[in-house]
Design a protein around this ligand. Structure first.
Ligand SMILES: Cc1cc2nc3c(=O)[nH]c(=O)nc-3n(C[C@H](O)[C@H](O)[C@H](O)COP(=O)(O)OP(=O)(O)OC[C@H]3O[C@@H](n4cnc5c(N)ncnc54)[C@H](O)[C@@H]3O)c2cc1C
Length: 666
C-alpha cells in the first residue's frame, strides 16, 4: 500500500490549533504511508495539483486528506484523485477542522487527537475498494409548492426557459402574503401592480399547470425522478366552466356576508360562495362547505345554481381529485406565518379592540381592503395618534430569538401610509432600526422627516387610558432620554414577526428535508448552498427558508430555479455509490429491514431475499445496523473499514519508524 497523507492548514483554522509539522512528521511514520505533506489551502488549485502530481510521481494508491468537513470538499478531493487516474473512492477525508481544531483550545491535546484521527484514516483507507458512480435519467418537469411571490417567480423563470412546471398552491388563489399589501417598501410601489401581471402570466403560461386549492400528499423517488401525489380539494365549482362573473356570489341566499373573511383577517365578512380578492388567480369562485346552507342542511334554494344554469359550473357533488406526476426537481416556496400577537398578552391583542397587527393595517390601507383604504378604528373614527410596537415575536427570548428582517421596514412603510391617510401622530417604539437594504436608510430618513416620532425602547405594556373612549397607553423605557414614557394613542399596531408555517414540520417530513433550530427549512449550506436542501433535487425559495423581504425572496427564487434548471438540463444525474447491498446467500429473509428503511428502497425477491434499490438508497445505514444475519453491507462502510478505523483510533500514538516525510514548502 502506498498512501499519501495531506494535511491542510485551512489558513489558521487548523494550523492555529494543531501542530501541523508534528502531525505530518507523525503521519509520515505510519505503516503504509509513502509520503505526508502539508499545505496552506489544500482545496486550492495548487493544493489539488500537489495531490495529482504525487499520485503520478510516487505511484500512490490511497490518499488521506486531513482538512475540513467532507460536506465541503470531499467531492473536490475525490475529483483530484480521479483526475490523476485513481479510483476516487480510494480517497478518504479526515475532518480536522470541525472535529478537532474548532472544538479544542489545547494545542498539544488537539495535535494528539489529530494524530489519532489520521492514524485511523490511514488504516481504514487501505480497505477501500474501487466503486463506480451510476447515472440515471432526469425528468424534465419541475414541481413548485406554494404560489406566493417566491413560487410564482420560480415557476415563471422555469417556464420561460421551456420547462414544464406544476405549481401547487394550497389556497384557492395564488399571490401569498404579497397580495394582501397595498404598497411595498422602500419604493412604495403598488404591490398589486407588480404582482398581478405575474399572477396572470402564470395562469396563461402554456408551460405551467396551475393547481390551486391543492396539496402534496406523497413524495416518492429520488433526485431527477420524483413521483408526487397531489390532492386537489373540491371547490364545488368546475374550474374550466367558471368565467368569474361572480353572479353566484350576488345571488347567494345569504342576504349579507356573514362569514369572517380570512383574506381580510376577519376585518370584513364574505358569503359561503366567494372569491378571495378581486384580482385572484384563477378567477374562479369557491364554495365553503362549512358555511354553505346546502351543505349544512340540504335545504338551500340554490340560487347560485340558478344564475349559473347556462354554464352549469356549480357542482355540489364535486369530489377531491388525486393526480400523480413525475418530476425531476422540486422547489419548496411555502412561505411563512405571521406571529400571533395574542401570544404576548401584555400588548392586549384580542383584548383591546384598537390593538391591530401590521397585516391587519396592510388590509386597512389597501384600496380593495375592508374599508376601501381608509385607516379607521373599529367604531369608524379616524385615529389621531398611533403607536407602532416593533419586534413583536422577534428578538425576544420568550418567543423567537431571531430578527424577522422585514418588520422595521414595513413599520416605516405603515407609519408613512397612516400619516398620509389620517394625519395622525405616529410613534414607533423600537429596539433599534434595522434598515440595511438598498434605499432603506434613505426611506427611514424620509419617514423621520415627515414627522414620525421614534422612541427608542421596547414597549413593555399596553393598557387602557381609563377614560372609556378606547384610548390606550403604550408604556416604554426611552433609553435615549433615560425615562419611562407613557404615550396615549388611539390605535396600537403590533409589528408581528415572521414564523415558520404551522405545518412546517409535516411538510419537512413529506419531502424528507430538515428544519433549522428556528423551525424554518434548512438549507444545505448557509453560504455556499443557500437554496439547496440535504435532499438532492429539492430546493428552497422565499420565506420558508427564513424571513426575508420581497427583493431577497425573488433573488432566491431565481437561484432555486437556476439550480433546478441546471439539474434538469444535465439530462442525467450521478448517484453516489455509498449505498447498501444484500449478500443474498446470507439473507435469511426475516424482513427486519423492510419497515425500517426511510426511503422505501428495500423489496423482497420472491418473498425470500431482501433486495435494495440502489437508486432509492441514501446510504443511511439503518438496515445495515438492524440486519440480524449481517447480510446487508454498505459501500464505504464495510465492517473491515469500520473496525480498522476503530482499531486505528484506539491504537497507541507511538507508532514511529515510518518511511518518508516530505515537508510541503510550496
Ligand atoms: C405585514 C408585512 C408587511 C410586509 N411588507 C413588505 C414590503 O412592503 N416589502 C417587502 O419587500 N416585503 C414585505 N414583507 C415580506 C413579504 O411578505 C415576504 O417577503 C414575501 O411574502 C415572501 O413570499 P413567499 O412566497 O416566500 O411567502 P408567502 O407570501 O407566505 O407565500 C407562500 C405561499 O405558499 C402557500 N403554501 C403554504 N404552504 C403550502 C403547502 N403545504 N402546499 C401548497 N401551498 C402552500 C401559501 O398559501 C402561500 O400562497 C412584509 C411582510 C409582512 C408580514
Amino acid at each position: 500500500m502506498r498512501t499519501g497523507v495531506y494535511v491542510c492548514h485551512c489558513g489558521t483554522n487548523i494550523a492555529g490549533t494543531i501542530d501541523v509539522h508534528a502531525l505530518i512528521g507523525y503521519a509520515g511514520s505510519l505503516p503504509g504511508v509513502a509520503l505526508a505533506r502539508e499545505y496552506k489551502y489544500m482545496c486550492s488549485d495548487p493544493g489539488q495539483e500537489l495531490i495529482r502530481q504525487d499520485i503520478c510521481d510516487y505511484k500512490l494508491d490511497r490518499v488521506v486528506v486531513a482538512a475540513c468537513s467532507p460536506h465541503l470538499h470531499e467531492k473536490t478531493f475525490r475529483q483530484a484523485v480521479e483526475q490523476a487516474g485513481l479510483n476516487p473512492f480510494y480517497c478518504h477525508m479526515v475532518n480536522l477542522r470541525e472535529h478537532d481544531s474548532w472544538v479544542h483550545a489545547d494545542k498539544p491535546a488537539a495535535t494528539e487527537k489529530a494524530m489519532d484521527l489520521v492514524r485511523a484514516a490511514v488504516r481504514r483507507v487501505k480497505w477501500h475498494v474501487p466503486l463506480e458512480r451510476r447515472q440515471v435519467p432526469v425528468h424534465a418537469e419541475v414541481l413548485v409548492v406554494g404560489g406566493g411571490i417566491a413560487g410564482i417567480d420560480a415557476a415563471l423563470t422555469l417556464a420561460n426557459a421551456g420547462k414544464h412546471v406544476y405549481l401547487v398552491e394550497r389556497e384557492p388563489t395564488i399571490g401569498g402574503h404579497m397580495a394582501q399589501f397595498d404598497k411595498t417598501f422602500p419604493t412604495l410601489d403598488c404591490a398589486a401592480c407588480i404582482l398581478t401581471p405575474k399572477m396572470t402570466a402564470v395562469k396563461a403560461h402554456r408551460n405551467i399547470t396551475l393547481w390551486t386549492y391543492s396539496e402534496v400528499r406523497q413524495v416518492e423517488g429520488y433526485v431527477g425522478n420524483y413521483s408526487v401525489t397531489v390532492r386537489r380539494k373540491p371547490r364545488y365549482v368546475i374550474e374550466k366552466l367558471c368565467v368569474g362573473c361572480l353572479e353566484c356570489i350576488q345571488a347567494c341566499v345569504y342576504k349579507q356576508a356573514k362569514v369572517p373573511d380570512p383574506f381580510n383577517l376577519g376585518l370584513s365578512k364574505r358569503k359561503p360562495v366567494y372569491i378571495p380578492f378581486p384580482q385572484a388567480v384563477p378567477q374562479v369562485v369557491a364554495i365553503d362547505p362549512e358555511t354553505c346552507i346546502e351543505f349544512k342542511s340540504g335545504k338551500c334554494k340554490k340560487t347560485c345554481v340558478e344564475v349559473c344554469a347556462e354554464r352549469n359550473a356549480i357542482d355540489f357533488k364535486q369530489q377531491a381529485e388525486i393526480q400523480t406526476i413525475q418530476v425531476g426537481a422540486i422547489i419548496l416556496a411555502t412561505g411563512f406565518d405571521v406571529f400571533d400577537g395574542a401570544r404576548i398578552p401584555y400588548y392586549g391583542y384580542g383584548l383591546y379592540p384598537n390593538v391591530y397587527t401590521a397585516l391587519e393595517i396592510e388590509r386597512l390601507v389597501n384600496a380593495s381592503g375592508p374599508t376601501g383604504g381608509e385607516v379607521v378604528l373599529r367604531d369608524g373614527r379616524k385615529p389621531a395618534s398611533v403607536g407602532i410596537v416593533h419586534c413583536v415575536g422577534s428578538r425576544d427570548l420568550h418567543t423567537n430569538r431571531y430578527c424577522s428582517r422585514v418588520c422595521c421596514m414595513y413599520s416605516l412603510k405603515l407609519a408613512h401610509l397612516i400619516k398620509e391617510k389620517t394625519g395622525a401622530d405616529v410613534y414607533n417604539f423600537y429596539i433599534d432600526i434595522r434598515a440595511p437594504g438598498k434605499a432603506f436608510e434613505e426611506f427611514y430618513n424620509r419617514v423621520a422627516e415627515e414627522g414620525v416620532v421614534f422612541v427608542r425602547g421596547k414597549a413593555a405594556d399596553v393598557y387602557p387610558a381609563g377614560n372609556g373612549d378606547g384610548r390606550l397607553i403604550v408604556q416604554a423605557e426611552d433609553t435615549l432620554l433615560g425615562m419611562i414614557r407613557k404615550i396615549p394613542v388611539d390605535m396600537v399596531v403590533l409589528a408581528t414577526g415572521l414564523e415558520p408555517r404551522a405545518d412546517a414540520n409535516d411538510v419537512r417530513r413529506l419531502f424528507n428535508i430538515g428544519c433549522s433550530g428556528d423551525g424554518f427549512f434548512l438549507e444545505r449550506h448557509p453560504k455556499l448552498a443557500p437554496v439547496n436542501t440535504f435532499a438532492d433535487g429539492i430546493f428552497l425559495a422565499g420565506c420558508c427558508q427564513g424571513p426575508k423581504d420581497i427583493p431577497d425572496t425573488v433573488a432566491q427564487s431565481g437561484a432555486a430555479a437556476a439550480q433546478a434548471l441546471a439539474l434538469i438540463d444535465a439530462g442525467v444525474v450521478e448517484l453516489e455509490p455509498n449505498t447498501a447491498h444484500v449478500l443474498e446467500d446470507a439473507c435469511s429473509g426475516c424482513k427486519t429491514c423492510l419497515p425500517l428503511c426511510p426511503y422505501s428502497a428495500i423489496s423482497f425477491v420472491e418473498e425470500k431475499k431482501a433486495r435494495i434499490n440502489e437508486v432509492l438508497c441514501k446510504g443511511c445505514g439503518t438496515c445495515v445496523a438492524a440486519c440480524p444475519s449481517g447480510s446487508i453491507r454498505q459501500n464505504l462502510f464495510e465492517d473491515e473499514e469500520i473496525f480498522e478505523e476503530i482499531d486505528g483510533l484506539l491504537a497507541s500514538a507511538a507508532v514511529g519508524g515510518g518511511p518518508v516525510r516530505i515537508q510541503g514548502d510550496l
